[in-house]
Design a protein around this ligand. Structure first.
Ligand SMILES: Nc1ncnc2c1ncn2[C@@H]1O[C@H](COP(=O)(O)OP(=O)(O)OP(=O)(O)O)[C@@H](O)[C@H]1O
Ligand SMILES: [Mg+2]
Length: 335
């Protein structure tokens, strides 16, 4: 193991026997302290990958390691270091929350001496202190999800694998659970799937997108949203004191600029332009120089326009037939 790699996935493949692999030759590493957002449309293979990582499913080909242990041949050792929140939390419906957490603590071998303190902390973290006496079967979906999260973090695992941890939660609780994930992620390694893209930007240090069983993107949220579809877009705002010069004409003549258009901002003295340049060309220096040389024009703003994560996600996952021959977006950080 190099470099604190806590999760290693190598050429993982899972075919449920349908002839169309649910996970198709996926490889990635997750380092200690990373919070990895695992994205992909319905049926992309997220849950399947997580079930393999947690030893609930055997891979058809390829392998995976958690904390240096092979999840298939050393599953006991691997699982000891993992907290897992499954997609459909299989809780014991006729136990009370407290009974269930004691049961989990027994299974996980939590020492009796520190157990109560640990339970108290976790119960507060996930916001269930007033539900401990209720039967799990009588809890609302959101509260069941919280109990699921509590059992996942109870033994302070090094690696947390959470399959849609905020699904079914109310906005307040989503914010709190995000905070919990962030806190845990400071020391531990977290991989979680979600369909809420804002959550990824708020919580993750890294994002992986899979589509149709294949890895189509791997990078930080900034890297993914900064990447363009072969062009480079900047917003230019100019203060215009006189109508002697049209900034649009000047900008259009800058080397590498493909197009420029006025963006209405409703100001009498300032104008905003969206400028598209050839991929790999940053026109900002030349635009700044051109504006600076003209009397009556002042540059107010020159900002790269970033694609939203949603736009990136949609572009990479909606063309599933095209995506198979599309090279994955660059892997971050030279792993
Ligand atoms: N037990 C199974 N038998 C056969 N096919 C399965 C089985 N479980 C999942 N699949 C198929 O594998 C593919 C990936 O499913 P998976 O549940 O991993 O997707 P997902 O990314 O978690 O989707 P979602 O966002 O809906 O949770 C889907 O095509 C699904 O139909
Ligand atoms: Mg799933």
């Amino acid at each position: 193991m190099t470099d604190n790699v806590m999760i290693r996935v190598e050429h993982l493949l899972k075919d449920y026997g349908t002839g169309r692999p649910a996970v198709n030759d996926i490889s990635f590493d997750v380092r200690a302290g990373e919070v990895l957002g695992f994205l992909g449309p319905n049926g992309a293979g997220k849950t399947t990958t997580m079930k393999i990582l947690t030893s609930f499913l055997a891979p058809t080909a390829g392998r995976a390691e958690v904390a240096g242990y092979d999840v298939y041949s050393q599953s006991l050792e691997a699982r000891r270091r993992i907290g897992y929140l499954p997609e459909d939390t299989p809780l014991y419906h006729d136990m009370t929350v407290l009974e269930y957490l004691h049961f989990v603590a027994d299974v996980r071998g939590l020492p009796k001496s520190s157990r109560n303190a640990r339970m108290k902390r976790v119960v507060e973290q996930v916001g269930i202190p007033d539900r401990l006496g209720m039967l799990i079967g009588e809890l609302s979906k959101g509260y069941r999800q919280r109990v699921g999260l509590a059992q996942a973090i109870l033994h302070e695992p090094e690696v947390l694998i959470l399959d849609e941890p905020t699904s079914g939660l109310d906005p307040n609780q989503i914010a709190e659970i995000r905070q919990v994930i962030k806190e845990i992620g400071r020391e531990k390694t977290v991989i979680f799937s979600t369909h809420i893209l804002g959550e990824v930007q708020a919580t993750c240090s890294r994002v992986i997108i899979i589509s149709d069983g294949k890895l189509v993107a791997d990078g930080t949220p900034d890297e993914l949203t900064g990447r363009k579809t072969g062009t480079n877009t900047v917003l230019v705002e100019v203060a215009v004191a006189s109508n002697k010069h049209d900034p649009l004409e000047l900008i259009r003549r800058v080397d590498g600029v493909l197009a420029a258009e006025l963006v209405p901002v409703g100001s009498a003295t300032a104008r905003m332009y969206r400028v598209t340049a050839e991929g790999g060309q940053d026109p900002r220096g030349d635009i700044a120089r051109v504006i600076a040389t003209v009397d009556g024009l002042d540059l107010l703003q020159l900002t790269p326009e970033r694609a939203s994560l949603e736009a990136v996600f949609r572009r990479l996952t909606t063309t599933s037939t095209a995506s198979s021959d599309q090279a994955p977006l660059a892997a971050a950080g030279g792993m």
